[in-house]
Write a new protein. Structure first.
Length: 186
């Protein structure tokens, strides 16, 4: 169920569980952390809490799913991470989805900017000792995200989140507008 930025700002005032999804580099972590701070919700980075162990070791899938189920069962969270394959677990417990869908060049720019900022260091959303990295394969994934990942996201929204409001944000300025509207809503 698509909703406007104004409607999303109103929903955020009472939402206990919020998903922030979208392509790498779209600004998910930044927006999710800002919202968590303003709303007093626990911030969950799927990269740090679910998928990655220190030293770029991928967490075993069964263990990752158990961790995810435990977090999703909680009453209050804002979760940053797309992972279409886990949406069937997350959507039924979600009060609002914020789907960041900027133009792909903006996500590529976001990934490159993040790499430049954290090069050789681990960013806050990652597990320990996972210094920021970039590769041609990753940039290709980001460039093709809308074509390769968005259809599965849409299928999951239709199957598991039919009644969950979804606000699509197509630019950083729309992200900022949501934050500004949130501050105005009583």
């Amino acid at each position: 169920m698509a909703i406007t930025i104004d409607a999303a700002a109103k929903r955020l005032k009472t939402a206990g569980r919020v998903l922030v999804i979208g392509c790498s580099g779209s600004g998910k972590s930044t927006l999710a952390r800002q919202l968590a701070d303003r709303l007093g919700l626990a911030y969950v980075s799927m990269d740090r809490e679910i998928f990655w162990l220190p030293g770029w070791q991928q967490r075993p899938r069964a263990e990752a799913l158990v961790r995810l189920q435990g977090i999703v069962a909680q009453e209050h969270w804002i979760m940053d991470g797309t992972s279409p394959g886990t949406l069937p677990l997350r959507l039924p417990r979600t009060d609002l989805v914020l789907w960041l869908r900027p133009p792909r060049w903006m996500s590529v720019y976001g990934v490159i900017s993040r790499w430049r900022r954290y090069r050789g260091r681990t960013r806050p959303e990652m597990a320990e000792n996972c210094p920021e990295r970039i590769s041609r394969e990753f940039l290709t994934y980001v460039w093709n995200f809308e074509k390769t990942e968005s259809p599965e996201i849409e299928q999951n929204l239709a199957a598991y989140g039919r009644d969950v409001p979804v606000c699509v944000l197509k630019s950083r300025s729309e992200n900022d507008r949501l934050l500004a509207r949130l501050a105005e809503v009583h």
